[in-house]
Write a protein that binds this ligand. Structure first.
Ligand SMILES: Cc1cc2nc3c(=O)[nH]c(=O)nc-3n(C[C@H](O)[C@H](O)[C@H](O)COP(=O)(O)O)c2cc1C
Length: 173
């Protein structure tokens, strides 16, 4: 399943995840991270929102999870951190031992390297199985996709393909 840290319709991270899903093969679902801001009072009054439970069920059912984050001020997006905070309130821990690959796409030259690293730290608490595939970072993300939403740079496609091959083999081993 795919989790994009950007809600934007024209998001390059969502486009990158579509490419990742195509290269992984098979069915895939996208999480909808339009969740309320985490608020202990809300949780105390009404429990976990249905939208949060839907995401956790999707993660639970998935063979593997691919997360892609934009870089906001050198870190993962708040949208993604908010979703992880909600997910951490659910039992059982659906991300524990789940094969997870982390990608980033950002406007800057580093391709969101710092955001990707901060996402890895944010996910570490969940004890997933981080995929050992190559790091996928898409720099200059606004110009990295063609009109059909395909990654234009063949080297990026090749690296993403290697990362998805690795994730698939780890998830199905
Ligand atoms: C609040 C904010 C902070 C940003 N900070 C960074 C940054 O630190 N590094 C960077 O490369 N791009 C930064 N950008 C630009 C994003 O990389 C760019 O908007 C990117 O396209 C977002 O991903 P998306 O296309 O999936 O929405 C920032 C954008 C916003 C809105």
């Amino acid at each position: 399943m795919c989790i994009s840290g950007s809600l934007r319709r024209g998001s390059s991270n969502t486009a990158l995840l579509r490419e990742a899903a195509r290269l992984y093969g098979g069915d895939h679902r996208f999480a909808d991270l339009r969740l309320p801001l985490y608020d202990g009072d809300l949780e105390g009054a009404s429990g976990l929102p249905e939208d949060v439970l839907r995401v956790t069920r999707q993660i639970e059912a998935a063979e593997a999870v691919v997360v892609s984050t934009p870089e906001y001020n050198k870190m993962l997006s708040g949208v993604l951190k908010n979703a992880l905070d909600w997910i951490s309130r659910t039992k059982p821990f659906v991300l524990q031992d789940k094969p997870v690959a982390i990608l980033a796409a950002a406007a800057g030259q580093s391709g969101g390297a710092r955001a990707r690293y901060s996402l890895m730290m944010a996910l570490a608490a969940f004890r997933p199985r981080f995929s050992t595939g190559p790091e996928v970072l898409i720099a200059g993300s606004g110009a990295a996709f063609d009109a059909e939403g395909r990654l234009s740079d063949p080297r990026s496609v090749a690296v993403l393909g290697q990362a998805m091959d690795r994730l698939r083999s780890e998830a199905t081993a």
